[in-house]
Design a protein around this ligand. Structure first.
Ligand SMILES: Cc1cc2nc3c(=O)[nH]c(=O)nc-3n(C[C@H](O)[C@H](O)[C@H](O)COP(=O)(O)O)c2cc1C
Length: 256
């Protein structure tokens, strides 16, 4: 059975999960959605998986655009979202977009990984990160079994959070993305290495004298900030000093 796994990742968590699942299902290297931008995607897989991080209880806009242009003849389509604690209704939102394309989301799973969202307080301590990786590995084992068996189930969501609330928070987040992206700035610690420009999944960063400037297409994935080797990029003065994060088993080049 041919399985194709698509993923989007700002800081590596989704890539690690996508790769872990690919190994368990005997699939090829997962496809990075940053390379599918602006194209209608059609594949010839029997089984398709989509792995993405949760942004404000919903999927990243890059994933939304992908789903809006996606077609497949696969008989089994599943999704895995990952989040710092609460997926809200992200999977149900993705299921709705797929439904509009005539595709049924057979199953949707959520996994907790270390949070990369500085406004929520920065990344957890390294010890806690290790615990989360261990738990995620066990969860992937189970998800791998369910997917291999072709189990059909309703997409998981945060049990206490009504859909309307998730959707309201998500709409507010998406409406404010352009404004939020103006909070990025670079400090004198910048070494002009240019990694931020390369890691941005939507080409939203240009370099002036080697230092980043942000345009208006920010996805808010925080990759520029989290991968900066000099920790020279900040998102609002109030969040400076918070613990940065990217998955320890992923290199920036893996995401480019
Ligand atoms: C803009 C933004 C919004 C986020 N919103 C949520 C959220 O609503 N709930 C949550 O539990 N985690 C949230 N997170 C944390 C990420 O979903 C989580 O760290 C994820 O594992 C990151 O995956 P990645 O490394 O593949 O980018 C958010 C992160 C970002 C950057």
């Amino acid at each position: 059975m041919k399985t194709v796994i698509y993923y989007f990742s700002g800081t590596g968590n989704s890539l690690v999960l996508a790769r872990g699942l690919a190994t368990r299902l005997g699939a090829d290297e997962p496809v990075n959605l940053r390379h599918c931008r602006g194209r209608e995607i059609q594949d010839d897989a029997d089984r398709v998986g989509i792995v993405f991080p949760v942004y404000a209880f919903g999927p990243p806009q890059l994933v939304v655009r992908f789903l809006n242009g996606f077609s497949t003849a696969a008989s089994y389509v599943f999704a895995i979202c990952n989040c710092g604690g609460s997926p809200g209704s992200a999977l149900r939102f993705a299921a709705g977009l797929l439904q509009r394309r005539g595709i049924r989301l057979a199953a949707g799973f959520s996994i907790v990984m270390p949070s990369n969202y500085l406004p929520f307080g920065g990344a957890p301590a390294v010890e806690r990160q290790q615990q989360l990786f261990l738990a995620a590995g066990k969860r992937l084992d189970r998800i791998g079994e369910l997917v291999a068996a072709g189990v059909v189930m309703a997409p998981e969501k945060t049990s206490w959070l009504p859909d309307w609330f998730s959707h309201a928070v998500y709409r507010w987040f998406v409406a404010g993305m352009k404004k939020s992206s103006r909070k990025f700035f670079v400090t004198d610690q910048c070494t002009r290495c240019g990694l931020c420009e390369k890691i941005c999944p939507v080409g939203n960063i240009t370099l002036t004298d080697g230092r980043p400037q942000w345009g208006e297409r920010c996805e808010m994935c925080l990759a520029c900030l989290q991968w900066c080797p000099a920790q020279a990029i900040a998102f609002g003065r109030e969040y400076r000093g918070r613990r940065h994060y990217h998955h320890p088993d992923v290199a920036a080049a893996d995401l480019m």
